[in-house]
Design a protein around this ligand. Structure first.
Ligand code: GRF
Length: 217
């Protein structure tokens, strides 16, 4: 799928409000997106839910909700690009315009990013650029950070490094366990992800270097 260059000039609204949500596990962010759509907070459709793990709990909930689901196992692929070609063809088959990673535990290659330029979002459980990568909540706690939070950002070739769309902060308490902090951050993820999707779909934003500029805020 070919999308216009979204650098420079403010973007028009997306022509296509069909989402492809990619998961690997629990799927609570998928549920938050679905709930926002059902309640009318987010004007979009989930075109397909794709998982790299057949046993992902989120797939069960997605099927129960009547969503189209596809499993594309990541086992047995020697090249990341070949796996991503399968992803892109499943997304195109379901006419997806915007890809939302929601706990999808794989790095994407240029095959995916070129097919969906500035049209792949991710949710990360820290205030990026602090604590990119795995176990971000545990690392924020161990580091003695006083605040942490959630980030919704565009995906680019850098790990958890693309332009930031929205962030929400939560306190890190002295009494926190990694699980307690992760739960507080997860609530922010669920609050922010539908809002970020809406911002991107509605257009009127542009990318300036690393910055996502939108409506003067
Ligand atoms: C979330 O904490 C998200 O930030 C991270 O993976 C987790 C996915 O949770 N990328 P869920 O599958 O959406 O419940």
């Amino acid at each position: 799928m070919s999308e216009p260059d979204r650098g420079g000039q403010p973007t028009p609204p997306f022509g296509n409000r069909r989402l492809g949500v990619l998961i690997s596990g629990r799927g609570s962010n998928l549920e938050a997106i679905r709930t926002a759509i059902d309640s009318g907070e987010l004007d979009a459709t989930i075109g397909v839910v794709i998982s790299n793990r057949a046993e992902a709990a989120g797939l069960v909930h997605a099927r129960e909700a009547g969503l189209d689901t596809v499993t594309i196992s990541n086992r047995g692929w020697s090249r990341r690009e070949d796996y991503d070609r399968m992803l892109v063809s499943a997304l195109e088959e379901h006419e997806v315009g915007l890809v939302c990673l929601a706990g999808f535990m794989r790095l994407l290659s240029s095959v995916m990013l070129d097919a969906y330029p500035h049209a792949v979002l991710n949710v990360h459980p820290s205030l990026l650029p602090a604590f990119p990568g795995m176990n971000a909540q545990q690392r924020a706690l161990a580091h003695g950070a006083r605040v942490s939070g959630a980030t919704i950002h565009f995906v680019d070739s850098e790990l958890d490094g693309g332009p930031i769309i929205l962030q929400g902060a939560v306190p890190v308490l002295q009494s926190d366990t990694p699980e307690a902090l992760a739960g507080r951050i997860l609530a922010e993820e669920h609050r922010l992800y539908p809002k970020a999707i809406r911002l991107v779909l509605d257009g009127g934003w542009r990318i300036d270097g690393r910055r996502f500029l939108c409506g003067g805020s």
